[in-house]
Design a protein around this ligand. Structure first.
Ligand SMILES: *Cc1c(COP(=O)(O)O)cnc(C)c1O
Length: 241
């Protein structure tokens, strides 16, 4: 077995254990493999081991990988699914709308409007999570929690987007209890929005939270999608923003 295949198996094992520990079914947590800074070969290797969903932070780099892998031989269980998990500047929305399946990092209506307007008609709606800045880091992206419902409501009106849930990237605290507290706050916000009666939330079912270092706490708090890079591909070859 290759290193990547072995790592995938280990991470899936961690997910299964965390699900069991919190009384959740394993099938409720999707593993998103964060392939940023790694080349198409690493993605192909993970795909050969059964991984289908991949996350990219840098739009240009992600699109190059998507194009490089587009003509891969058909995979059992369907093709690759690409998630944009990095900050999006206005001048990059078209690339995202044309190439990705999901975007986790919508935190401004203007970006959402551009993504909807630029989504090609022949593609299904872009699946969107609203990024929330749960721990208040001043330099971080994400809408403040108090403004999340209004943004969800506005984005839910856009014709070529489908609002699927919330995403957060808290600073990883060293203690489990602190990791759990911030993820639980995100979960509570998610529950309040889901119960708000806002229209267009018929598929509001995704909580994108948890990374290599804190996926257990995220799953205990209710994460449905963990974004794991280092645990699968190893330490990244260059520092990332
Ligand atoms: C890089 C990154 C990850 C993966 O982080 P690891 O610690 O390597 O698992 C997850 N989410 C986002 C938004 C990232 O930028």
């Amino acid at each position: 077995m290759t290193t990547i295949a072995n790592n995938l198996q280990q991470v899936q094992g961690r997910i299964a254990q965390a699900c069991a520990a919190s009384g959740r079914g394993t099938g409720h947590v999707l593993l998103l493999a964060v392939s940023k800074t790694f080349g198409p070969d690493a993605v192909a290797e993970a795909a050969a081991a059964g991984q289908r969903a991949f996350g990219e932070n840098y739009i240009q780099e992600g699109v190059e990988k998507i194009l490089a892998l587009r003509d891969m031989p058909a995979l059992p269980g369907g093709g690759l699914q690409w998630h944009c998990i990095g900050p999006i500047q206005s001048n990059k929305t078209r690339l995202v709308a044309e190439h990705f399946d999901w975007v986790h990092t919508v935190d401004r209506l203007k970006i959402a409007e551009r993504l909807s307007a630029q989504r090609p008609a022949h593609l299904p709606p872009l699946q969107v999570c609203i990024q929330v800045n749960m721990d208040g880091g001043a330099t971080k992206s994400g809408v403040p929690p108090a403004e999340a419902l209004a943004l969800v409501q506005a984005v839910a009106q856009l014709p070529h987007l489908k609002v699927r849930g919330l995403m957060s990237i808290p600073d990883v605290a060293p203690e489990y209890a602190a990791q759990l507290a911030v993820h639980e706050a995100t979960r509570q916000l998610f529950d309040r929005i889901a119960a708000s009666g806002v229209g267009g939330l018929d598929r509001f079912d995704t909580l994108s939270m948890g990374m290599t270092a804190d996926l257990e706490a995220a799953i205990q708090a209710g994460s449905t999608m963990v974004r794991v890079g280092t645990g699968i591909f190893g330490v990244r070859p260059r520092p990332v923003a």
